[in-house]
Design a protein around this ligand. Structure first.
Ligand SMILES: N[C@@H](CCC(=O)N[C@@H](CS)C(=O)NCC(=O)O)C(=O)O
Length: 207
């Protein structure tokens, strides 16, 4: 084994980290966490006090959380896998810009949509529906911006990067995004990659 360990949960954002590890060709151990109770256990909180996946333990023993930070670290460590374009290029800057956009906007919007009760002290149906409604509207707005930046079929044109896998993952959480031709085309091309498709299936996406 390479000494890498991925802590993951089905249906979660750990999918993109698993896809990155597979694209690099790096063997890794899996620690599957079933539910929120598993994320709240002291041994997991010792790894990530936020109680969230993905978490990746690196070979040197370093433990990382935050999906985009993990992807950037993997790209630094394994540049030959070309998860992202080379440092110092406009293409890389664009990919990183949109990765940050997605993790800072679409990902939290999706969490608000799926877990509205975590975002209000009022757990009445009306309050929860209002949160979900606004989160869905925000995702529509965010995906429209992302779609406008896609060169086609991938964000940067002909070559897939890990930013495309990230976008496809988030689009799977928000079905209306697929009404945008740029997003549905990107997702279709991402899933044509058998390595990404393996992580997708393993995480129970698209079911
Ligand atoms: N900003 C974090 C968000 C991670 C996150 O919120 N992960 C979710 C799963 S998609 C989680 O673990 N939530 C805790 C829970 O389900 O209780 C990242 O990009 O890694």
């Amino acid at each position: 084994m390479s000494g890498y360990t991925l802590y993951w949960k089905p249906g979660s954002g750990s999918m993109v980290v698993e896809a990155a590890l597979l694209l690099i060709g790096l063997p890794f151990d899996n620690v599957r966490i079933e539910n929120t109770a598993g994320l709240a256990r002291p041994d997991f909180l010792a790894l990530n006090p936020a109680g969230k996946v993905p978490v990746l333990k690196l070979a040197c023993g370093e433990v990382m959380a935050e999906s985009v930070a993990i992807l950037l670290a993997l790209d630094d460590l394994f540049p030959e896998a070309r998860l992202l374009p080379p440092h110092g290029t406009p293409a890389r800057h664009k990919a990183v810009q949109w990765l940050v956009f997605m993790t800072a906007n679409i990902y939290p919007d999706a969490l608000r949509y799926y877990y509205p009760e975590r975002h209000t002290v009022d757990h009445g149906n009306q309050a929860l529906d209002a949160i979900k409604h606004q989160a869905a509207r925000d995702m529509d707005h965010d995906f429209a911006q992302l779609a406008g930046a896609i060169e086609g079929p991938f964000l940067l044109g002909q070559r897939m990067t890990i930013a495309d896998v990230y976008a496809a993952m988030l689009a799977d959480w928000h079905a209306p995004a697929m009404d945008l031709p740029e997003i549905s085309e990107l997702s279709k091309h991402v899933l044509e990659n058998p390595t990404v498709a393996e992580a997708w299936r393993h995480h129970g996406f698209g079911t």
